[in-house]
Design a protein around this ligand. Sequence first.
Ligand code: SF4
Length: 302
Amino acid sequence: MRSREQLERIILRMMNKGISWTHDTLNFWLGCDKVSEECLHCYIYRVLRKFGLKAWGDVVKAKSTWGKSYIWEEYFSEYCPNEYMRMFTCSLSDFFHKKADKWRPMAWATIQNTPHCVYLILTKRPERILKHLPADWGEGYPNVWIGCSIGSNKTVYRADVLRKIPAAIRFLSCEPLIEDIADKLDLTGIQWVIAGGESGEGKEYLYDPKKDWRKMDGETGRRTMDLRWAYKLYMKANDAGVPFFFKQVTSARSGQGADKLTGQVIHEFPAPPNGGVWWTPPAEESVQRPAEELVQITGGIA
Ligand code: SF4
């Protein structure tokens, strides 16, 4: 059996720490197709091209990331059974993409076998969710949160689709927030809201709903988020008693200006399952990393 320290070394090594609302990411498959204006400047090609993969058109099964959850599960079940981690699922694809239908049952099995990982499944294809849930889903697995992305008024309808899905937690990622959606958005049945501006290279510009985003495909840039739009969402979530997470302002680099909404970082979360608590990573300097123990776990793409 591996010691707590061994597992912590492995976990700190394999974690993707780049997204502030999750502890780690897991991609059962890689690649996607753009479906709406929020996708226009999607970042996944920047990551996938480093691995010689195409971002668009193909969806390929990841070779070696599937074991990641089991390392987390071993750690929690052996050493801290009351703690849970958040796993953003398919950060380089879409969990409900049609081209992944054949692998999804295997992914559900992994999810079910690793109950200390809380899978944050965020999709832009909410209309496909209901037909692609596992047979024993019931009111939802306790360790699965289902969310959809809504950044513009044209996609606010996704919240109506989502609220009909049984799930432990339903959430919205209003990122990139490219226009004021607060008046149109209904938070009934929603238990968590994330908001943030777009990041990416190139020029910053204002979103124009009259322009066809498909004709702009391939252009770089980032669309301005007015902080007042995010603040309206924050107030709306507050009024509804819904935890709110402000991720970032519009910026070339992601993760900038997390305190710009109110002067304080607002990073609220729903509670984990079973009365548990969220895991806090140990300080990196407190965990020694002998090179020989840095085993190959994820194969590079997390
Ligand atoms: S659905 Fe997500 S991963 Fe797919 S193209 Fe759109 S933003 Fe990118």
